[in-house]
Design a protein. Structure first.
Length: 253
């Protein structure tokens, strides 16, 4: 019997409350709310059959509906983005074998190609539960910055570990032979059935220390495929980041 090809759905978790930048999704970039920039970019990706914002705030929902986007209201007590993602996937009645892509609502400049890069491994391998993207670090200051998560992976590009510390550690410093460091980009793709199983798992020990959800999957023995992308993506965490994005857009018209 011929199996139907899995659909790929993008869900964009968007919270109004943020310690560093309250109301971030509605912050204007060149006169347009940031969440609209993200939705419009995702809507231009051919591999996606649907783009939905998942929020717990009526102001964000009204904004999304106002520019013609699709929105789903989720609970306000989620402890993580993947919990909100899982609830949204259930509310949207996404099939167990379909692929759910978590698109960050604070990355309004992401190249459209990254969506295909993160989803493709799950389309190629029906047994794969989860995939994500990594980027070769070129700015040296990111190696020791705990906000830039580093990763190491095996020869088949399955993640071995993620850390806020620089990994690998170079035991014998050698100026001619330095390790390559890769940072994790916050784009995930999940098999919908696995996403529900994942959020039901208890918090992992290494996850608790590092505050990195993806470590829970590794601790429980699930594989995460990592794809090296050539594209970095600017995250908006502060109003200053917003200015960087505006400058980039103005310089790249």
């Amino acid at each position: 019997m011929h199996k139907e090809k899995p659909k790929v759905v993008a869900i964009i978790p968007a919270r109004y409350d943020s310690n560093r930048f309250p109301g971030k999704p509605l912050a204007l970039i060149n006169g347009k709310p940031m969440i609209q920039h993200v939705v419009e970019r995702a809507s231009g990706v051919q591999i996606l059959s649907r783009v939905v914002v998942a929020t717990d705030d009526s102001r964000i929902a009204d904004c999304v509906k106002g520019f013609g986007g699709e929105c789903v209201m989720t609970r306000s007590n989620h402890v993580s983005g993947s919990d909100r993602l899982a609830e949204a996937a259930e509310l949207l009645k996404i099939s167990e074998h379909d692929v759910v892509v978590n698109v960050q609502g604070d990355q309004p400049l992401f190249p459209e190609e990254v969506i295909k890069q993160v989803a493709q491994p799950l389309l190629d391998d029906p047994a794969l539960p989860m995939s994500t993207l990594i980027y070769k670090i070129v700015r040296q200051e990111e190696i020791h910055d705990p906000n830039h998560v580093k990763t190491v992976f095996d020869k088949d590009h399955y993640a071995l570990y993620f850390s806020r510390s620089p990994i690998p550690f170079q035991r014998n410093p050698d100026e001619r032979n330095k390790p390559t460091y890769y940072k994790h980009l916050g784009f995930y793709a999940y098999r919908k059935g696995f996403l529900l199983s994942f959020v039901a798992l208890r918090e992992g020990e290494w996850e608790r220390f590092e505050k990195l959800e993806q470590l829970r999957a590794l601790e429980y023995g699930y594989k995460i495929k990592v794809t090296i992308t050539e594209h970095d993506s600017i995250e908006v965490d502060t109003p200053e980041d917003l200015k960087r994005v505006e400058e980039f857009l103005q310089n790249n018209k």
